[in-house]
Ligand binder design. Structure first.
Ligand SMILES: Cc1cc2nc3c(=O)[nH]c(=O)nc-3n(C[C@H](O)[C@H](O)[C@H](O)COP(=O)(O)OP(=O)(O)OC[C@H]3O[C@@H](n4cnc5c(N)ncnc54)[C@H](O)[C@@H]3O)c2cc1C
Length: 426
């Protein structure tokens, strides 16, 4: 029976709390990928930076994540082209790949041991008609100068040991990391650079230039709120941030023969084309990580720690796709991701208090990293070219009035479906 334990947390953190009131240039609230990236970017510009974290750095989505570092997670290039046109799609793609680059540069510059593995991405079609969308994406990529390889159903088994998909689309430049180790290492590096990091120090309230924590307050010129799905707890984006849930399982180390059967050529990061998709990759020690969810659990009101049915479904999915291998699992855990109604992150200034900046609902680690850096350019250099896409005040259908009647969960289910599937090409 797998342990209900986040595999990555086997090495715990040693927190330091804030006990004295302080003054600084910038306070970052939240020690996930977005907060770490913002802290680093502000510090690089010579400002005094304090980062406070409610639990420990990586305690949120970042440290629980499966560590796929790819530009397309929930939102891919075709989505951007459909919604914003091809040129803007390319600009957004460059922004998110900039987030990947930032993570990679840090790993190299600081020699971060975070199970960095160059792993190409392979998206696999669960239905015949999904393969047609690969063709569209492949063409779009090549039009914009990004390479990819299409595999028809009969070709796919040469690169993935399953004959139970209808084809695949491969793209390079992607990699996998142990994201908890990454942020914990970055915490140490930030401290060496002069950033003051306080864990077990939640923000209890935010005023114009003041953040109140349990034992002390912080006065700052800029306040950057990077608390993702917790934003409503501080009265921020209360109607506009919800959460989605996904579940992960990690196997014991696999012998090479089994690895070879699953990945006969390269160790890909794989996900399928289902709306609530299943994803898997190899992590260190040849452990197999698989993640996914279910319609019922994904938008559940509360985190679900006892989701045996989801874990059973994931196990039988792998059995069905790779009937020649038998996998067991030793760890399993759920994780919540902050979401917006169109799955595009929020990144922008508070409309009434412009020295306060919010980042929330980043659909993926590269987005969180990219927007952490963007917040600095926005506040210090007045860079605004991406503001409209990520505006925290953008509106959706259904709007707030409908939400009052049908509730937050149903509104998010409807709005995300409308935005992901129905919005026409522009
Ligand atoms: C199970 C799972 C798997 C995932 N897999 C991937 C993947 O493979 N690839 C990918 O790109 N993305 C993945 N994601 C999504 C990705 O992890 C998130 O998009 C990203 O980590 C968001 O980063 P963040 O810094 O905005 O939020 P978080 O990492 O959630 O950070 C927010 C931080 O704020 C802290 N906080 C909350 N309230 C307060 C407060 N009042 N005061 C101070 N601190 C506070 C929290 O403790 C937390 O540490 C996954 C997510 C989950 C849950």
């Amino acid at each position: 029976m797998p342990q209900d334990q986040v595999f990555w947390y086997l090495k715990p953190s040693t927190p330091q709390r804030l006990t004295k009131t302080i003054t600084t240039d910038v306070v970052i609230i939240g020690g996930g990928m977005a907060g770490i990236s913002a802290a680093q970017s502000f510090r690089k510009r010579g400002l005094n930076v304090v980062l406070i974290e409610k639990y420990f750095c990586g305690a949120g989505a970042t440290g629980k994540s499966s560590g796929f570092i790819t530009p397309d997670s929930e939102l891919g290039l075709p989505y951007f082209a459909r919604h914003y046109g091809v040129h803007k799609a390319q600009a957004l793609w460059e922004l998110v790949t900039g987030g990947m680059q930032l993570i990679q540069d840090n790993i190299v510059a600081f020699n971060i041991g975070c199970d960095y593995q160059q792993q190409e991405t392979l998206v696999v079609a669960n239905k015949k008609r999904d393969y047609a969308s690969f063709k569209e994406e492949h063409d779009l990529r090549s039009k914009l100068g990004y390479t990819s390889t299409l595999y028809q159903q009969n070709e796919l088994p040469t690169v993935l040991g399953s004959s139970h998909y209808y084809g695949g689309l491969r793209s390079g430049g992607t990699f996998g990391i142990h994201a908890y180790a990454y942020v914990q290492h970055m915490k140490d590096r930030l401290q060496e650079m002069g950033v003051a990091v306080y864990e077990e120090t939640p923000a209890l309230s935010i005023a114009e230039h003041t953040v109140q924590t349990p034992l002390a307050s912080i006065k700052a010129n800029y306040i950057i709120v990077c608390i993702d799905r917790w934003a409503p707890d501080l009265g921020i984006l209360t109607k506009d941030i919800y959460h989605a849930q996904t579940f992960l399982m990690v196997s014991p180390p696999l012998i090479d023969k089994i690895v070879q059967k699953i990945f006969p050529q390269d160790h890909f990061m794989v996900w399928d084309t289902d709306h609530i998709y299943t994803y898997y990759r190899l992590i260190h020690d040849n452990r197999f990580l698989v993640g996914g969810g279910s319609w019922l659990r994904t938008l559940a009101q509360r985190p679900t720690y006892h989701a045996d049915s989801v874990y059973r479904t994931l196990t039988s999915y792998i059995k069905k796709k790779f009937p020649e291998v038998t996998l067991t699992f030793s760890y399993r855990w759920p994780g919540l991701i902050g979401i917006t109604k169109d799955i595009m992150a929020y990144a922008g200034r508070d409309p009434h208090v412009p020295n306060i900046y919010y980042i929330a609902g980043a659909s993926g680690l590269p987005w969180a990293a990219a927007l952490g850096a963007y917040s600095v350019e926005n506040l210090l250099d007045n860079r605004t070219d991406f503001d409209t896409y990520f505006s925290p005040t953008r509106t959706f259908i259904p709007g707030h009035t409908a939400q009052r009647f049908i509730g937050k969960r149903a509104t998010f289910a409807l709005a995300t479906s409308i935005n992901l599937f129905l919005k026409p090409y522009i």
